[in-house]
Ligand binder design. Structure first.
Ligand code: SF4
Length: 442
């Protein structure tokens, strides 16, 4: 009997590619699928249908997405495509004419209706059970909270505004309700994400919305303050360097939100920044970082940079290395410039040869490693809170307040017998390496 019921439950396999924003989209789709009685299949063979959530940001990501679609068709046959690359259906159809349906990013309704057509939902109401807080693809103790979609900036190398449109902010009450639900479901760390976190609310005139008899304003500072009142770690990602970002530093210094800023600077040379169509006053930027560190000495800065941008000279590149050293940027991701289809920067002059990009990338990463090493060495001897991510045979592995999951460093912990994922423990840092730390139970 149970076997018969199991067989009648429609099962969807989900392949989720791309950034944390795409991951949040996948979580929402899975939550909807589960709410409608679908089961999520762990592999191609057990699925009646496969949904591929694609990324279309860089050419390499587009290729990866197209390959994943091909694999799903070969292994399963019934495939629906959604996500960023879904905004370009012709590109997908040309390579994979057999896909059943294609929808773009955040088109939840269209994805669901494509699934309904290809695989009608089970009518059994007892299957419509969704865990409190929705279905998370991240471990139970941390969760991404997406506060807006799209972006009003027009950086010349980026096609996100073309793919995802202009900024659309969620009402603050919705964000707070979701955050509170996640905390209630056991989440200890909220990771705030969007394409442009510090622009939050601009499109809706920083509107106030009501939830649980309180008013919440859709503004960057207010949101940080409100999320900071939930009693869990709050980490800010994708913060564009607008002047008003300075306002949240006191909240970090007071421990209301984590002293962590993921702020993509992309470059430091005024000429390159201008060609990128980004704020170009590098001197001011370095002075600003110094002021932030004065105000909040514990601050960790994570940033993203592009090397080999069209027109980048050796002098521009040296400015970037100087900025890294002077700004003591704790954590970085560095990309070699890619000539992304539809990006305005394709038309710029002075494209940098691939070998030179490669060479600069290695030089940049060498400096990044030195800076990381120096920054981490200053943590030795300090008492810190560590959130446990996993426990293996050697003991627990966690992260400090200065490290985001997936992208930053880890702390190997000694002397903890009973710690489990999600616990926040107190440790003393006893050793530092290039990117990671070692701590001991106090
Ligand atoms: S701010 Fe970010 S998402 Fe917006 S255009 Fe620039 S790089 Fe793209």
């Amino acid at each position: 009997m149970i076997d018969a019921v199991e067989k009648s439950i429609p099962k969807v396999g989900v392949v989720s590619l791309g950034c944390p924003k795409a991951l949040v989209d996948s979580e929402r789709i899975i939550t909807r699928l589960r709410a409608e009685g679908y089961q999520i299949a762990p592999d191609y063979s057990g699925a009646d249908l496969v949904l591929v959530n694609t990324c279309g940001f860089l050419d390499s990501a587009r290729e990866e997405s197209l390959d994943a679609i091909g694999e799903a068709i070969a292994e399963n046959g019934k495939v629906i495509v959604t996500g960023c690359l879904g905004a370009e259906p012709d590109v997908i159809r040309e390579r994979h004419p057999k896909v059943l349906a294609i929808t773009g990013p955040q088109q939840y309704e269209s994805v669901m209706s494509a699934v309904h057509t290809a695989l009608p939902p089970s009518p059994d109401p007892f299957l419509d059970l969704v865990p409190e807080g929705g279905v998370k693809l991240t471990p139970r103790h941390y969760a991404y909270v997406k506060i807006s979609e799209g972006c009003n900036n027009r950086c010349s190398f980026c096609i996100i505004p073309k793919l995802r449109g202009d900024l659309v902010s969620r009402p603050a009450a919705h964000v707070m309700a979701e955050a509170e639900k996640l905390v209630g479901a056991g989440v200890n760390e909220l990771l705030v994400i969007s394409q442009d976190t510090s622009a939050y609310g601009l499109d809706i005139n920083y509107a106030t919305s009501r939830w649980k008899e309180s008013d919440y304003r859709a503004k960057f500072y207010d949101l940080c303050q409100d999320l900071g009142s939930l009693g869990v770690w709050v980490r800010l990602h994708y913060v564009y360097p607008y002047p008003h970002v300075d306002e949240v530093l006191p909240l970090m210094a007071q421990g209301k939100i984590l002293p962590y800023l993921d702020i993509p600077f992309q470059h430091a040379s005024p000429l390159v920044l201008k060609a990128m169509r980004r704020p170009a006053n590098q001197e001011k930027q370095a002075a600003r970082i110094a002021k932030w560190r004065q105000e909040c000495p514990d601050l960790a800065i994570r940033s993203t940079f592009i090397v080999g941008f069209p027109g980048e000279t050796e002098e521009d590149f040296s400015l970037l290395l100087d900025f890294m050293r002077e700004g003591q940027i704790d954590r970085v991701a560095c990309f070699k410039y890619e000539n992304v289809v539809h990006a305005a920067s394709r038309d710029l002059e002075g494209h940098v040869p691939e070998e030179l990009k490669e060479e600069r990338w290695h030089r940049f990463m060498q400096v990044a490693q030195e800076v990381s090493q120096q920054r981490l060495a200053t943590k030795v001897g300090k008492e810190v809170d560590v959130i446990i991510d996993e426990v293996d045979d050697e003991g627990p592995i966690g992260r400090t307040i200065w490290d985001a999951p997936e992208v930053d460093g880890a702390v190997e912990l000694h002397g903890f017998k009973r710690a489990k994922p999600g616990d926040i423990v107190r440790a003393r840092i006893i050793e530092s390496g290039d990117y990671d730390l070692v701590g001991r139970a106090l």
